[in-house]
Design a protein around this ligand. Structure first.
Ligand code: HEM
Length: 156
């Protein structure tokens, strides 16, 4: 697995599939937490750290919410339901990112950071590949700022 990244094409429909439930089942709650906390610890030292809260408590809150989201998107218990307030989960997540000016370069940094965390995670390569496929595609929907300074907010 090469953790390949394909480019965003502005305005082009993005096809993605939610991750396999087996990914969550293999990791369990503790494994999922470990992966996501490790990811955010790396984000803190990344090129995109400035996007995130610098206050420790606020940053920890993001870690908790992020872990809940990923548990639910993998088909685990609906622990993020309260946050998404009845809005369909993927739609909610795309719209949440509209508040930030996210470029392709930021997406590469985000994915590169996730790749590092995934490489340190103890789960089969097959499940990592499936999870990566979701991340690589879905992350295209979070990119809303382009090199000509134009904005485009993707829809599902
Ligand atoms: C597969 C793609 C992605 C997924 C599934 C995802 C998921 C999430 C989740 C679950 C949260 C926490 C939501 C909450 O507060 O309830 C979040 C917040 C955030 N994400 Fe993403 N994200 C993705 C891509 C990106 C990318 C590429 C960036 C680029 C910078 C990014 C930047 C942020 C920022 C800035 C926040 C909010 C921090 C704050 O509330 O201050 N995300 N994301």
């Amino acid at each position: 697995m090469s953790y390949e990244i394909t480019k965003v094409e502005k305005g082009k429909k993005v096809n993605f599939k939610n991750p396999a439930k087996e990914f969550y089942e293999a990791l369990g709650l503790d494994g999922m937490r470990k992966l996501m906390y490790n990811f955010y610890d790396k984000i803190y030292e990344s090129e995109i750290a400035h996007f995130f809260p610098q206050d420790e408590d606020e940053f920890n809150e993001i870690k908790v919410k992020n872990t809940k989201f990923f548990i639910q998107i993998c088909g685990g218990p609906k622990v993020y339901e309260e946050e998404s307030r009845g809005v369909e989960l993927n739609e909610f997540m795309v719209r949440l990112h509209d508040d930030f000016s996210i470029t392709e370069k930021s997406r590469y940094e985000w994915l590169g950071t996730m790749e590092e965390a995934l490489r340190e995670c103890d789960v089969s390569q097959e499940l990592k590949d499936d999870f990566w496929d979701y991340l690589e595609n879905f992350s295209k929907l979070t990119v809303n700022t382009f090199s000509d300074q134009s904005k485009y907010y993707a829809s599902l």
